[in-house]
Design a protein around this ligand. Structure first.
Ligand code: UGA
Length: 336
C-alpha cells in the first residue's frame, strides 16, 4: 500500500511513520515543514519525504493523492492558546487547507483517514461521549476557543456528506488527549505554547511554578501514543472494510484524571530522575483563573470520557498502556 501522510513530522505523523516502516511493508509519501522528529525514517527507502508547506506544494499533493491508496491529512494547529489568540490562523490551516485535501480525495476517489478530535464534543454532559449519539456542545461566538472544535466538526460533516452522496471512502478518528514521545517541544517557554503534559514537564525542568487553570479540577482521559498508533494501523489495514465510513473515538476511558493529579504525578515521577529531582521538589502548584491565563475567549471542558465500544467492536482495539508506564516512557524520552 502507498500511504500519503501530510504533517509527517507532527506528534501523530512522526510516531505513525515510524510504526508503519517498522511493522508493515507499506510505502509512505510524506510532507512537513520540518524533519527533526523523523530522522529515523529519512534513510528508509520506503519513506519518500519532501520538506514543504501543504498550502504551497499543491502540485506535489495532487500527484501523490492520485498515486497513493490512502491519505492521512494530519496538519493542524492543536493548542488551545492559539484557538483564542489566533483563531483565523486555526481556521485557515485546520479548516481551509484541509478542506482542499478532502475535496481532492473525493474527486480522485481516494480513501481518507481524517483526524477529527475529542474537542468536537465540547461541553457535552454525557458520562461517556458516543460517536453517533452524543450532542456536540459549544459556547457563544465570543468564546473563540471553539473555532477549532467547530472547524473540525464542519469538516466531519463535509466528509460524512461526501461519503453518503459521493461514495467517499473515509474513516474519522477522534484522539482523546494522546501523549507520549514527540508531543510538543518542552523547551517552548510560552504559557499555553504546548499541550498540558509537555507544558508541565517544561515548567518543572525550568524551575517554574505549575499553573493550574481554575484550580485544575477539570479532568481529561490521557492515552499513550502507542495505543493510538495501534488503532491507526488497524484503521489503515481496514480488514473486511471494518473502518469504512465510520467514526471512532480513540482514547483511554480508564485513565480519567484531574489536571491537578497530572501535575502531582509528574512532580513525583520527575523526582526519580536524579538530575531533575531538586527542581521537581521545589515545584509549586499555583491556581490561576482561566480569564487571566487564556483571556476571555476561553471556555473549558470539565469532563471528557470516550466511549470506545465502537473501536472495540469494529477494529478489535482497546488501549493497553496505563498512565504510570506511559508517563515513564514519555519522561525517559524527554529527560534522557
Ligand atoms: C486539547 C487540544 O485542543 C487538542 O490538542 C486536542 O484536540 C484535544 O485536547 C485532545 O487531545 O483530545 P485540552 O485537553 O483542553 O484540549 O488542552 P490542553 O492544553 O492539553 O489542556 C488540558 C487542561 O489543562 C485544560 O483544562 C487547561 O485549562 C489545563 N491547563 C493547561 C492548565 O491547567 N495549566 C496549563 O499550564 C495548561
Amino acid at each position: 500500500m502507498k500511504i500519503l501522510i501530510l504533517g509527517a513530522n507532527g506528534f501523530i505523523g512522526s510516531n505513525l511513520s515510524e510504526a508503519i516502516l517498522e511493522k508493515t511493508n507499506h510505502s509512505i509519501y510524506a510532507i512537513d515543514m520540518a524533519q527533526d522528529k523523523i530522522k529515523d525514517c529519512l534513510g528508509n527507502d520506503r519513506f519518500h519525504f519532501i520538506e514543504g508547506d501543504i498550502t504551497v506544494e499543491k502540485k506535489w499533493i495532487l500527484e501523490r493523492i492520485k498515486e497513493c491508496d490512502v491519505a492521512l491529512p494530519l496538519v493542524a494547529i492543536a493548542t488551545p492558546m492559539t484557538y483564542v489568540q489566533n483563531p483565523l490562523k486555526v481556521f485557515e490551516l485546520d479548516f481551509e487547507a484541509n478542506l482542499e485535501i478532502i475535496r481532492l480525495c473525493a474527486e480522485h476517489k481516494k480513501r481518507i483517514i481524517f483526524p477529527s478530535t475529542s474537542e468536537v464534543y465540547g461541553m457535552c454532559t454525557d458520562d461517556e461521549f458516543d460517536e453517533e449519539e452524543s450532542h456536540l456542545v459549544t459556547g457563544p461566538i465570543h468564546k473563540e476557543r471553539w473555532i477549532y472544535s467547530t472547524s473540525k466538526q464542519l469538516l466531519d460533516r463535509v466528509i460524512y456528506a461526501y461519503g453518503k452522496h459521493n461514495d467517499l471512502n473515509y474513516t474519522l478518528f477522534r484522539p482523546f488527549n494522546w501523549y507520549g514521545p514527540k508531543l510538543d517541544n518542552i523547551l517552548n517557554p510560552k504559557p499555553g505554547g504546548s499541550r498540558v503534559l509537555t507544558q508541565f514537564i517544561g515548567n518543572i525542568l525550568r524551575g517554574e511554578d505549575i499553573t493550574l487553570v481554575d484550580g485544575g479540577e477539570q479532568k481529561r482521559c490521557f492515552m499513550y501514543i502507542d495505543d493510538g498508533i495501534d488503532a491507526l494501523l488497524k484503521i489503515i489495514e481496514n480488514k473486511n472494510d471494518c473502518a469504512v465510513r465510520r467514526i471512532f473515538n480513540i482514547g483511554n476511558p480508564v485513565e480519567n484524571i484531574s489536571i491537578r493529579t497530572l501535575a502531582e504525578l509528574l512532580i513525583d515521577l520527575i523526582k526519580t530522575y536524579p538530575q531533575y529531582a531538586a527542581a521537581a521538589s521545589k515545584t509549586k502548584l499555583v491556581d490561576v483563573d482561566a480569564n487571566t491565563y487564556y483571556g476571555s475567549g476561553y471556555q473549558d471542558v470539565k469532563l471528557r470520557v470516550p466511549s470506545i465500544a465502537r473501536a472495540a467492536k469494529y477494529l478489535g482495539w482497546a488501549p493497553k498502556v496505563n498512565m504510570k508506564d506511559g508517563l515513564k516512557s514519555t519522561l525517559d524520552f524527554y529527560l534522557s
